[in-house]
Design a protein around this ligand. Structure first.
Ligand SMILES: Cc1ncc(C[n+]2csc(CCOP(=O)(O)OP(=O)(O)O)c2C)c(N)n1
Ligand SMILES: [Mg+2]
Length: 398
């Protein structure tokens, strides 16, 4: 291992500029110093606009892959997963635009790779891979035209017209693969992130030169969290005090094609609590990122504590998901009051619009909170951290 000497570090290019645009105060700090200041309203507004733009590019990229006409019988499966990308938009934007540092590694649930590509496209961080550009130096930046063309090549074979395509999932040859861990098989990349962190520590302890302050981030699907491989590595990470490992669960309560139905009697129907208990029992710090700013405001009102009770496990995942997607305020009031009678008055005081917004106001789409929590993870010195970020599958796709 040695310090990276690729074009990433030798070409100032857009990389360092873009990665630290939003968090420049953080760059000079050692990994475990004080948290950077909270983001102001103007920065948050800019970030929301970038999220919107990345969202549009992500959906278009997938649409192109889903509607390809050049697919022949026998070709590998093509297509993408818009709803799974949508739930990860804010988490990945916070990570890539604000929190991530150049030495960090990111591994991400495989089928959200178009979100990563769109964000890297907006930051102009695409580079040539070693094999595809004879005569051009591997690692040099793609031109804006080439970057645009690469965005049209999700799940295509590389060819002379478009050498810089993207594999279905994160791959070494992707133009934005710098410090990304390959994905494809769920349950494996987060495990790799833990053993990478351990390998860095070993190398450093044995006087090899490794980049200092690297943090190892993984975004994991909530069904992915059921993979046995993760259960095996959980105690390892805590036993070795790998405090530079953070796993973020995109808690959208759905698998690829439907809502999971945890056993109501023994698990009380809310899988986030099972996930929290599992990680905590294995020595991890756990942060539930449940609520957005609107809910926080409502919780501070009279009877707000009852509303909080309703949104923190009174409804099973399955029922909450049904109410969320039914968009029926009368049913929300009736079911909410039946589960938590003390919440009835507040549920009736809220307008239909406020109630619909409150039901959908989950912490995993609240940029300010995600950034705060992820920065907190970076400062942790004792334990690995698991963040359970509550999200909406198919966010803004209606
Ligand atoms: C080992 C393995 N099994 C199955 C799959 C197919 N697969 C891709 S994503 C996924 C589950 C998706 O659910 P979740 O983890 O909750 O992610 P979400 O799409 O909801 O974010 C599965 C089964 C895979 N990629 N790898
Ligand atoms: Mg899921």
């Amino acid at each position: 291992m040695s310090q990276p000497t690729s074009a990433h570090s030798t070409q100032p290019g857009p990389t360092t500029r873009a990665l630290h645009l939003m968090n420049s105060t953080h760059q000079a700090k050692t990994p475990h110093s004080a948290a950077p200041p909270a983001l102001g309203p103007e920065t948050l507004a800019i970030l929301e606009r970038i999220v919107e733009r990345a969202f549009a590019q992500t959906m278009h990229m997938i649409h192109l892959a889903n509607t390809r006409t050049d697919k022949r019988p026998g070709d590998p499966k093509v297509g993408g997963h818009p709803a799974s990308c949508a739930s990860s938009m804010h988490i990945l934007s916070a990570l890539h635009l604000v929190v991530r540092q150049p030495a960090d590694y990111v591994c991400c649930k495989p089928h959200a790779s178009p979100v990563d590509h769109s964000l890297h496209h907006l930051m102009q961080l695409f580079r040539r891979s070693p094999s595809d550009s004879p005569g051009l130096e591997a690692g040099t930046w793609l031109t804006p035209e080439e970057q645009k063309r690469a965005m049209t090549g999700l799940r295509q074979f590389a060819n002379s017209d478009n050498p810089d395509v993207f594999q279905s999932y994160h791959a070494r040859t992707d133009p934005d693969s710098f410090h990304f861990l390959p994905s494809g098989s769920v349950g494996i990349p987060p495990v790799v992130s833990v053993y990478m962190a351990l390998a860095y520590r070993y190398a450093s302890d044995h006087r090899w030169q490794v980049p200092q302050g690297a943090h190892f981030w993984s975004l994991i699907g909530d069904s992915e969290f059921r993979e046995g491989s993760l259960l095996e590595v959980l105690p390892d990470a805590a036993e070795r005090n790998l405090s530079n490992v953070t796993w973020i669960v995109d808690y959208n309560r759905q698998n690829l094609d439907g809502t999971r139905i945890p056993n109501e009697r023994s698990l009380r129907g809310a899988d986030c609590d099972r996930i929290e208990r599992t990680a905590a029992a294995n020595g991890w710090k756990v942060i539930q990122l449940r609520h957005g700013a609107l809910r926080q405001r409502l919780f501070a009102m009279e009877d707000g504590d009852a509303l909080r009770e309703l949104f923190e496990g009174a409804l099973s995942d399955y029922e909450y998901q049904q109410l969320l997607f039914s968009r029926d305020p009368a049913r929300m009031r009736q079911r909410g009051a039946a589960e938590v009678p003390r919440a009835k008055r507040l549920l009736e005081r809220l307008s239909d619009e406020e109630l619909l917004a409150a039901f959908a106001d989950l912490g995993g789409h609240d940029m300010a909170q995600i950034v705060r929590v992820l920065n907190e993870c970076r400062l942790e010195t004792q334990r690995p951290t698991l963040v359970i970020a509550h999200t909406v599958k198919g966010w803004h796709l209606e």
